[in-house]
Design a protein around this ligand. Structure first.
Ligand SMILES: Nc1ncnc2c1ncn2[C@@H]1O[C@H](COP(=O)(O)OP(=O)(O)O)[C@@H](O)[C@H]1O
Ligand SMILES: O=C(COP(=O)(O)O)[C@@H](O)CO
Length: 573
């Protein structure tokens, strides 16, 4: 239960304000997150971490000497957008490039991936190391598919210390990769968590039961059992992580992190750790500077995870090195020098010139965003319910955040006299910024591509609209790499676009063509129920999802149907 909030929609922003106000010795706020209050030495690599909010101290609390140089902080349980990640990276970097390191979640991968492309295009070298420590999220032969959880602390620490020591980007990426390849985490949950303003927990575990391997957003675990004793839990966790010792590693020293996920007390953690320490010693393992506390939480979820990283001499040096961040301090690190700030990326309140025809189209686009927002609001609970069957249950919330922000941005751009292309592009950025998540990234690039096709001059013809929808589809496929049959929104988008194009080709008017294509989209969304997911967060629990449609496919079908009502009203537009 979250007791204290003002508006649920502004919670994530307000928490960053308060966090920075309380920790301005360490961090300063930039668009999209925080960076160190004092910049690193010129010419040192900037380590930029990040992800959704709701996991404190991940990620902002881990920014400071000896750890990260910046953290991109997204909305609750949703990745920051590519623009936000870029903004943090540009504020943090000092001329030697940027290392992105973050948990392996689809939304984070998409947004950080786009940000990396953008930095490289700006001449800033950038590498990525995704954290994949969660042993329960994929089998040992698919290590790269695993999610990133509390073991990220070890990877971030190693990378941050190596960067502060002045190592070049390749080297910082190498040691981060090495740390990740040797880190394993196992987690359990006793209760779910409740986001601000929500009446129900995002997910739940039956009283007295423990979900083994449940993810930090309620991703289904691998089994369930009665809650054991503290010793019983220690045995389960230690047994599982030691069984995962990487092949070929002979080292016997380990970094250990026993992590509370939100509402397990430190006292309980210490009781568990007492047995963990004895079990590790009995297994012939030497523990190096263990950490017991909260390092990667899931709001008020009751749960515990154990992370172990097998250390060689090099990693041990980085792990033992001092660090000084709001939430993680070893000893005081030496003060960093203050560098010159890059000019922040600014967005002006100006829009490019547009023809009157395009301004009229822009008003129709605004009407479409209005109806999209209302449709998403009306269906948010159901979308969340479908997403929770095999995913993380936040599809409705994410779509609401995106659609609401897109509507506001579209309205603002229309008021400034923008044409249709600019309105769509501004709405796209706002959608991606506020929604986060996989669908936020995909809706962002799709609306951008549509806007680029429509432009700010000509009144779009029906075939321009088809070209725009094709561009949106291409952008989604390029970024998400889903294929037909993977059980995603692509399974609706492709038949929708095909039907629309065929109807427009045979000179059916746009509103009628769109409405016929919306029928096809609805049927295609229903048909995803029989598919087995091959991509995205639902994939690890593929079998659970059979019989239920894909959440992103359903929301897309709802949206194209809603837009068809606006086209029907828009004579000649
Ligand atoms: N690679 C992909 N390409 C296209 N669509 C995808 C892809 N991965 C996931 N999706 C769509 O995104 C939806 C989930 O969106 P959302 O809830 O925002 O994501 P997350 O799992 O990151 O929280 C899925 O139902 C699916 O339709
Ligand atoms: O869940 C998170 C990001 O995953 P999405 O795929 O964007 O939902 C976030 O809380 C961890 O970074």
């Amino acid at each position: 239960m979250t007791f204290l909030f003002n508006e649920p929609t502004t919670f994530a922003d307000e928490l960053i304000d308060g966090f920075v106000a309380a920790h301005d010795r360490w961090v300063r706020r930039v668009e999209g997150g925080v960076v160190r209050a004092q910049r690193g030495e010129p010419g040192t690599v900037a380590v930029v971490i990040g992800g959704g909010s709701g996991h404190y101290p991940a990620f902002g609390g881990l920014v400071g000497p000896g750890l990260a140089h910046g953290a991109a902080m997204g909305n609750l349980f949703a990745s920051p957008s590519a623009r936000q990640v870029c903004s943090v990276a540009r504020a943090a970097e000092t001329g030697a490039g940027v290392l992105f390191t973050f948990g392996n979640y689809a939304g984070d991968v998409l947004h950080f991936g786009q940000a990396q492309e953008s930095l490289v295009a700006q001449g800033i070298p950038c590498h990525t190391v995704t954290v994949t420590d969660d042993v329960s999220s994929a089998s040992a032969d698919r290590l790269a598919d695993r999610r990133g959880v509390a073991g990220g602390l070890i990877v971030f620490k190693v990378a941050g210390t190596a960067a502060d020591a002045g190592h070049p980007l390749d080297e910082v990426a190498r040691v981060a990769e090495l740390a990740n390849s040797r880190t394993r985490t196992m987690g359990v949950a006793f209760t779910g968590c409740t986001l601000p303003g929500a009446a129900e927990p995002l997910f739940s575990v039956a009283p007295g039961r423990m979900a083994v391997g449940m993810g930090v957003h309620g991703e289904p675990g691998i089994s369930e059992q009665d809650v054991p004793t503290a010793d019983g839990l220690a045995e389960l966790l230690v047994g599982r992580v030691l069984a995962e010792k990487p092949l070929g590693v002979t080292d016997t020293r380990v970094a250990v992190v026993l992590n509370g996920l939100g509402s397990v007390k430190y006292e309980e953690l210490f009781v568990v750790y007492s047995r963990v320490a004895r079990l590790l010693a009995a297994a012939g393992v030497t523990v190096v500077e263990p950490e017991v506390g909260e390092f990667f939480t899931s709001f008020d979820m009751a749960g515990v995870s154990l992370s172990v990283c097998w250390l060689d001499d090099e990693l041990e040096g980085y792990w033992r090195a001092p660090a000084d961040t709001p939430a993680y301090r070893k000893v005081l690190a030496s003060a960093a020098t203050v560098g010159t700030d890059r000019a922040p990326e600014t967005r002006t309140d100006q829009v490019p010139a547009a023809s009157e025809a395009s301004q009229r189209t822009a008003r129709r686009v605004l009407a479409a965003f209005d109806v999209i927002r209302r449709t998403v609001d009306d269906n948010a609970d159901e979308l969340g319910r479908i997403d929770a069957i095999a995913g993380d249950g936040d599809h409705g919330i994410g779509m609401q955040r995106g659609a609401t922000a897109a509507l506001a941005a579209a309205r603002h751009a229309v008021d400034l006299g923008a044409g249709a292309g600019t309105v769509l592009e501004r709405a796209a950025d706002a959608w991606a910024d506020k929604a986060g998540g996989t669908s936020g990234a995909l809706w962002g690039v799709a609306l951008h591509a549509l806007g680029a096709e429509l432009g700010d001059e000509a009144k779009p013809t029906p075939s321009d609209v088809v070209t725009g929808v094709c561009a949106a589809e291409a952008a989604i496929v390029r970024l998400g790499k889903a294929e037909l049959g993977d059980k995603t929104m692509v399974d609706v988008l492709v038949p929708f676009r095909t039907e629309l194009a065929a109807r427009v080709e045979s000179e059916v008017d746009l509103a009628a063509a769109w409405s016929a294509a919306a029928d096809v989209a609805e049927a295609a969304a229903e048909a995803t129920a029989s598919l087995v997911p091959r991509i995205g967060r639902a994939r690890p629990h593929a079998e659970r999802s059979v019989g239920s449609p894909d959440a992103g496919a359903v929301s897309l079908a709802l949206i194209v149907r809603a837009v068809s009502t606006v086209l029907g009203e828009g004579e000649g537009q």
